[in-house]
Design a protein around this ligand. Structure first.
Ligand SMILES: C[S@@+](CC[C@H](N)C(=O)[O-])C[C@H]1O[C@@H](n2cnc3c(N)ncnc32)[C@H](O)[C@@H]1O
Length: 324
């Protein structure tokens, strides 16, 4: 499933060659299906997909489109819809796969719209997307002209959704490795642009996360960082005592000024805040393709500016910075 040769070719110029040595082991460890019955089922579904190559694909639209309804019979389309549903919950999207619209929990296209005019041109760049989910933004990055995109994400449902989409799309230089950022050896200094969106607040050490991101960038490369923040002055940071918007694994939510100072301390230059946005219940919501509770249920019933725990409601910043 993973196109090892293509990936090794992309990674070969990395400063730290040991990654190529340990990568096969990292990948096979992640795909140890015997420990997870559902993943074996997903794997079989993907292997058995027998669809024609799409007559048309478009990665530049808000909705990533692969194939047209007319490429397959209506019976096959119905069957494909059921197969896609087996990969519930679809958190990132939207996608349109052979005429089947996948209305995911998140309108991931809104985040893309907020950042796309503020970053360096992605034309011919080698790009890393850390915590890429099912790869929605990887396809948008490719659509914007990147030479190749490597996403990393340790969550198996995301990896499986990506592999399914990749199988439908045919060959494109987009790859998802089932690993964490921390599993990438330090000092590879390879990528022209690195995205880390929605990951920093999941890390117990945000400073280490920033340093690890910097280590993946070549000199002069660009970081696009998106994370949860709180209102406040330099030095202020919120560390939730328990859950945050029902999420268990949320650690540091800095103020913008604090985050910028962390980035400067880690050696980033030319640090620009390009967007601040409070997440709305139109951007993150339950749909037919994500039938669990979503943001609306995670907010205070009477005050949408508070989470159900009484903390400030989710607000996100996008920061662009250069590595040297
Ligand atoms: C909130 S989602 C964000 C997805 C996507 N980047 C976006 O902005 O829509 C965070 C993702 O980061 C992944 N993740 C968590 N810890 C990670 C780590 N240490 N390294 C890489 N990915 C991680 C999770 O599996 C999850 O898919």
């Amino acid at each position: 499933m993973i196109e090892h040769d293509a990936i090794y070719k992309l990674l070969a110029p990395a400063k730290n060659e040991t990654w190529l040595e340990i990568l096969p082991q990292q990948i096979s460890k992640a795909f140890n299906f015997s420990v997870h019955g559902t993943s074996a089922k997903w794997q079989i579904l993907i292997e058995n997909l027998d669809l024609p190559l799409p007559s048309q694909s478009n990665f530049n639209n808000d909705c990533i489109q692969i194939g047209l309804a007319k490429d397959i019979s209506s019976e096959r389309q119905l069957q494909l819809r059921n197969e896609l549903m087996e990969f519930h919950p679809w958190r990132k999207g939207p996608y349109d796969l052979f005429g089947i619209p996948i209305d995911s929990e998140w309108r991931s296209d809104w985040k893309w719209q907020r950042l796309k005019d503020h970053i360096s041109s992605l034309k011919n760049r080698l790009v890393l997307d850390v915590g890429c989910g099912n790869g929605y933004h990887c396809w948008r990055i490719l659509g914007a002209g990147a030479k190749a995109v490597i996403g990393v994400d340790p969550t198996l449902i995301n990896v499986m959704q990506f592999q399914l989409i990749k199988k439908l799309s045919g060959e494109f230089p987009v790859h998802l490795l089932p690993i964490t950022l921390e599993a990438i050896p330090s000092e590879i200094k390879l990528f022209d642009s690195v995205f880390s969106m929605g990951v920093l607040y999941h890390r117990r050490s945000p400073i280490d996360h920033l340093l690890e991101l910097k280590n993946t960038l070549r000199a002069g490369g660009e970081l696009i960082l998106e994370t949860l923040i709180v209102d406040g002055n330099l030095g202020e940071t919120m560390l939730p005592e328990g859950r945050y918007a029902k999420m268990r694994n949320v650690w540091f939510l800095p103020s913008c000024k604090t985050l910028v100072s962390w980035m400067a301390r880690c050696g980033f230059k030319n640090i620009r805040i390009v967007d601040i946005n409070q997440t709305s219940i139109k951007e993150q919501r339950s749909t037919e393709w994500m039938r669990f509770h979503s943001l609306e249920q995670f907010l205070d019933a009477d005050d949408k500016n508070l989470t159900c725990e009484g903390l400030p409601a989710p607000k996100r910043v996008i920061i662009v910075a250069d590595a040297f």
